[in-house]
Design a protein around this ligand. Structure first.
Ligand code: ZN
Length: 194
């Protein structure tokens, strides 16, 4: 079987890539984390904040928990992108996820090198990884450097991305290309004699 093509942009913070595993709306919604195998595959492909990766065989066993966390961060990032208030339940769920996985700073400083801090987990397994994603979501929305979360306006696209510079309009240049094509065909067809 061909490898599952995930909607991974490769340019976004891990929590935004996580939110994008639910693609589309309504009847055309695709859940890219619908099986244990896909969950394992996604977590193997996307390193989380701090370069942390999931050990094999851990996340796939927590499908319901993973999808609930994904739905929660997607709801909050969509609320930010749409400029509306969040649902209270999503805020509470995010805080519960983060509270279940506190981290602590570890100073790493050796002679001749600059001091560095790594954040280490106090718990292991799925709660630690989902906690990192939840903390990443809170910091993205309200940290020292809050960012602009946007929905891609590409035809049929529902991807979220962080607009790092004002000229970025699409999740990926290919969406801009498809949009220009769609507009070209609309103009072309409108001019055709009937
Ligand atoms: Zn797009």
């Amino acid at each position: 079987m061909a490898a599952t093509a995930f909607p991974i942009l490769g340019t976004e913070p891990p929590v935004v890539e996580f939110a994008n595993t639910l693609y589309g709306d309504g009847d055309r919604r695709i859940d890219f984390l619908d099986t244990a195998a896909r969950i394992e595959e996604w977590f193997a492909l996307v390193p989380l904040d701090g370069g942390v990766t999931a050990p094999a065989g851990v996340m796939g066993r927590h499908g319901e928990r993973v999808r609930a966390a994904r739905d929660c961060v997607r709801a909050l990032l969509c609320a930010a992108a749409d400029g509306r208030g969040p649902g209270r339940a999503a805020v509470e769920r995010l805080n519960d996820l983060a509270a279940a996985a506190p981290t602590y700073p570890r100073l790493e400083w050796t002679p001749g090198a600059a001091p560095a801090v790594r954040r280490l987990d106090t718990v292991a397994g799925a709660p630690a990884l989902l906690g990192r994603l939840a903390s990443g979501c809170a910091e993205l929305l309200a940290g020292p450097e809050p960012v602009a979360v946007r929905r891609c306006p590409g035809p049929g696209c529902s991807m979220l991305f962080v607009r790092g510079h004002p000229r970025r309009r699409w999740c990926h240049p290919s969406c801009g290309h498809r949009d220009r094509q769609a507009r070209f065909y609309r103009r072309h067809l409108a001019r055709r004699p009937t």
